[in-house]
Design a protein around this ligand. Sequence first.
Ligand SMILES: NC(=O)c1ccc[n+]([C@@H]2O[C@H](COP(=O)([O-])OP(=O)(O)OC[C@H]3O[C@@H](n4cnc5c(N)ncnc54)[C@H](OP(=O)(O)O)[C@@H]3O)[C@@H](O)[C@H]2O)c1
Length: 285
Amino acid sequence: MKRTLVIGATGNVGRQVVSQLIAAQVGVRALTRNPESARLPDQVEVVGGDLTMPDTLDRSLQDVDALFLVWVAPRTAVAPAIARLAKYVGRVVLLSAPYRTPHPFFQQPNPGATLLAEIEGTIENSGMQWTFLRPGMFAANAKGWWAPQIRAGDVVRWPYADVPTAPIDERDIAAVAVRVLCEEGHGGKDYVLTGPESLSQLEQVRIIGEAIGRSLRYQEMSPDEARRELLPPMTLPIIDMLLNAWAAAIGQPAFVTSSVAEITGTPARTFRDWVIDHAAEFTRA
Ligand SMILES: NC(=O)c1ccc[n+]([C@@H]2O[C@H](COP(=O)([O-])OP(=O)(O)OC[C@H]3O[C@@H](n4cnc5c(N)ncnc54)[C@H](OP(=O)(O)O)[C@@H]3O)[C@@H](O)[C@H]2O)c1
């Protein structure tokens, strides 16, 4: 039987990959550090394991044809974990980022991109057949960034109102991943994935307001205020990485590709589609 292992199965993208693999009638195994709280569909074989402890990976890797890999673990774990994965699996699809794309948004200092480059290099030398997915900004960021403020009132305090991005729906990243995992012909390729349109952050907040029937006000904060006010839940390196990217991207449209439509045969969902399907995140008590 064909079986795919999803590492990162409880996250934004991995959950969608799991449900779309099930719909495609592919056997799914999911690795998680906490099987008891994973809340995955009944059809999924849930296995405990941790990328930072390679010995815990063996059980999840038995009889697996392909692997979808989301990496959010520390750098020190990269070489030992990937060596262990490559011992069992012939084919990997990595969730990476568009750090090679020559648009200023993607060309700023970014420790996350440095880590992803190291992971890619390790995978390229591992003997596994690989495909790298390079999505830009996730639409799902709106949940963490703006939903708490919108649930609490009508003002969104955020920097760089006018900076455009092309938010991508995590279901579209997953749709590409499932094609790449299930079809031949994607080995050694990388795909830059974006949403279908360039929208300023102000326009994105306006779209959320229209979808939930409220008039939201965007109150621009300075970069210094962002460094103070967005901590926590964000960390300073992540805030600085975002501020640098936004500052560099002012005054030009976001980078937009048609890769989702080309690979899946279906146009990428709009940010409005994403918001309508996640309206409850912005309204529930
Ligand atoms: N947000 C963006 O705009 C954006 C854009 C481009 C690329 N990316 C990339 O997307 C990735 C994040 O994807 P996401 O948002 O879907 O992830 P996420 O929602 O943050 O979920 C992280 C997943 O990683 C798993 N995980 C964490 N540490 C682990 C470990 N030590 N061993 C095994 N599994 C572990 C978690 O599983 P358990 O907790 O169940 O163990 C969880 O399923 C990052 O690599 C980021 O660089 C993000």
